[in-house]
Design a protein around this ligand. Sequence first.
Ligand code: C5P
Length: 297
Amino acid sequence: MTTASHLSVEEHAPSVQRFAPGKVNLTLAILGKRPDGYHELESWARQIDLRDRLTMRLSSEPGLQVSGLIEGVPDNEENLVWRAAQRVADAAGRPLDVEFHLEKYLPSGAGLGGGSSDAAATLLGLNELWGLGWPLEKLYEIAGLLGSDVPMFVSGHSAILRGRGERVEILKDSSKFYLVLIIPSFPLSTARVYARCEVSASLSGGRARPWEDGVKESRVLGPLLFNDLEPAAFTCEPMLAQLHAACDGIDGRSVRLTGSGSSLFALFDQLEEANAWARAVRSKIPSDVRLQIVSTL
Ligand code: C5P
């Protein structure tokens, strides 16, 4: 049993806190299927200010506690925080003497990178808490083993992602956009969506790269965005196709899928425009769909 004196000691134990931001994929080109079963891609991903918070504290009673707004998040070894922590402990050859508190605000299975970002926060946080002094290259390597999206969150920046997503070219893109996230009540499994993705000749090569053009206006940029996983995601979940059809084109705004879904988004220059658009959309979509306004980091 935890005694009062024990608690006060643990409260003052060294701790590290990190935010774990989400992302949206403004573009996502599927370039082919690889012999290892993964899909070769090129994606322009921007980090957003909707984020989880992870606190790590040295403790004689290691564990993972989950709170926040998102229900059903596992607080056991299924959680990427715990899997990431175990990998670092193994590689460092030390016991996992840490108590984690994860505050979840990013929905799971939504294409916003929540689990991956939590894993990256764990790697970066333990490197600091345990004073490991590992270079970023080593963290990138472990990140890639945990999931294709994890390395981009280790980088801490918006980026162009290549390979299966683990090759990160940092993009110091300062243009700020607001996004209306359209978050359905159902999650989508990344593996399931990729399995339905039909790689055709029309998908590979010669795709638009709007990040190279420096377009700063959302009304110009919006129609240039694309996500090759949309047909597969819409087949997996026909309700998502209906939701997209209900929102896309309202007030001339393009609506896109982020990652493998299930969230959709539209892009704006001004917060007021995003608010007005969200109000117009609200009456056209089911009440269990959440609308959340965020900005790029
Ligand atoms: O890398 P991650 O664990 O996030 O991927 C989950 C699943 O999504 C993979 O097992 C694979 O089936 C699929 N995937 C893919 N191509 C990618 C990324 C993921 O086929 N580039």
